[in-house]
Design a protein around this ligand. Sequence first.
Ligand code: ADP
Ligand code: MG
Length: 290
Amino acid sequence: MAEQPTTAPPASGPRSGPVDAITVRDVTRDYRRPRTSLRHPSPPVHALRGVSFAIPQGQRFGIVGESGCGKSTLLRILAGLDHPTSGSVAIDGRDITGLRERQLKFVRERLQLVFQDPMSSLDPRMRVGDIVAEPLVAQGHPNRKERVAELLEAVGLRADAADRYPHQFSGGQRQRISIARALAPRPKVIVADEPVSALDVSVRAQVLNLIADLVDELSLTLVFVSHDLSVVRHVCDRVAVMHAGQIVETGSTEQVYEAPQHPYTRRLIAAVPTLGKALSGVSAADLNRE
Ligand code: ADP
Ligand code: MG
């Protein structure tokens, strides 16, 4: 279980304290658009325009911004699924920029993703037990059955869920299955891209609470993306507000929510109907029902 102590030097100069879980430096990502004219090449889409931040170990870091502002692009780059046009990303002080797929084993072990729509991220032909065990197979885990049962229990599902298929579960339960699979390889960082946006409002609070509880219990670092600041506020300590590929404001979630500095943040808070009521109205009975 215990890893070799990390003796890798920190990403920049001498410093004290532990290395940040994630460091993003001046990341840009341009997408080429298909050419529509022979004479005039289409201008690229600047999906990210110089994004920088650092997330200390154990922090719950939210990224909020409206659709199309570059959130998913940024998460794909953090997970090594895409590469920045310029800039760099380090995980535990180790630069992952430009690593090829087979060199990314380190990232896969440290960092796992949870996506918005569990229906499209879970293979409908696979039994839940095999879905959750998939990362364990890659690791050559000796007691996969026991581990799968333990994971299903940790996300509030019965052990016999392992024998069933994704379509036999509700949206909230399917997202629990995605979370179990993400936790299987014992990552240190969970990156969640709008994990409750596709769920019924009544179920959102339960899944958010589950994520928050697991992050606490397992001392994980969380990167949590949403277009809704009230959702981010429920689970995150810090938040970065993104607009058109840039971070326009960063701060503690309370501070940003209560006293937004940037006009874009103010508009965002005003525009999005809050989940506050749904979240505060959740009873203990609700938490066990779906
Ligand atoms: P968000 O997750 O915040 O909704 P995305 O990261 O998905 O935003 O997209 C940011 C911008 O990049 C959008 O303008 C989107 O259209 C564009 N984009 C995303 N993926 C691609 C791609 N594969 N090819 C071209 N443009 C893309
Ligand atoms: Mg997105």
